[in-house]
Design a protein around this ligand. Structure first.
Ligand SMILES: CC(C)(COP(=O)(O)OP(=O)(O)OC[C@H]1O[C@@H](n2cnc3c(N)ncnc32)[C@H](O)[C@@H]1OP(=O)(O)O)[C@@H](O)C(=O)NCCC(=O)NCCS
Length: 212
């Protein structure tokens, strides 16, 4: 029986980690990667770069499944644009889950989201669309993660937190329980958030303060 094909959009470092998760999950065959014109014909971990994002309309006619593999640290604007463009053209975005991740059956996960190796997503959580729950991240009970959020490697989002749209939470950060982080914030690596963040900006430190 043949498995469904998937197209990856963005051929950088994050793409390599996603490839590893997709290969481990074994549900999809990677049919190609989208990147810039100059890279067409080259390959990433054995998968060819086959087209640019100018060709997305044609690709949606040929392929059903897509995943945005562009990374997200300071800005996710291109990630969001590509996701919305493809969605409006009828692309399907499966949820991708590493077999080493624990994703509670009592969680709700939006389309296009990836749960990477050894992440834990506990009961009562809600995760939005086009999110990255990176390797070893922990999303504790009843936390709500909105669309287009990246919870980086080893970050901890404790119970009842609310992380709003487009937020980036850096590697190893800890968000205390019942905290709200408003849209469009960047939380630097290794930061500790103990109070609500209600103004968009970049926050670093323990406890965090806004970066000037
Ligand atoms: C917050 C961040 C985005 C800021 O990047 P930047 O704008 O390029 O900032 P700079 O490196 O120029 O640093 C500017 C200042 O902020 C401080 N700073 C930056 N990141 C910091 C952090 N995470 N914690 C504490 N201080 C930090 C720097 O020490 C520097 O201070 P100085 O002006 O007194 O020398 C980046 O440092 C960061 O933490 N990125 C996350 C990396 C990560 O988690 N990747 C995971 C991928 S899965």
């Amino acid at each position: 029986m043949s498995i469904e094909k998937i197209i990856l959009v963005g051929g950088g470092g994050h793409c390599k980690s996603v490839i590893d998760v997709i290969e481990s999950e074994g549900k999809y065959e990677i049919a190609g990667i989208i990147d810039v014109k100059e890279k067409i014909g080259s390959d990433i971990l054995g998968y060819k770069i086959i087209a640019t994002d100018d060709q997305l309309s044609d690709l949606v006619k040929q392929f059903r499944n897509f995943h945005i593999t562009l990374g997200h640290i300071k800005s996710n604007a291109v990630r969001v644009k590509l996701f919305n463009d493809l969605k409006s053209k009828g692309a399907h975005f499966p949820v991708i889950k590493s077999p080493t991740a624990h994703v509670s059956k009592h969680t709700d996960c939006g389309q296009g989201t990836i749960i990477m190796h050894y992440a834990v997503v506990n009961a009562g959580t809600v995760i939005g669309e086009n999110c990255i729950i990176n390797s070893r991240a922990l999303i504790e009970h009843d936390a709500v993660i909105a669309n287009h959020v990246h919870i980086s490697t080893g970050a901890i989002i404790n119970g009842d937190c609310r992380v709003c749209q487009n937020v980036f939470v850096g590697s190893g950060s800890v968000i205390s329980n019942c905290i709200c982080i408003i849209d469009d914030c960047i939380i630097g690596a290794g930061s500790v958030v103990i109070k609500d963040i209600l103004k968009a900006g970049t926050y670093v430190g323990n406890p965090v303060s806004i970066k000037k």
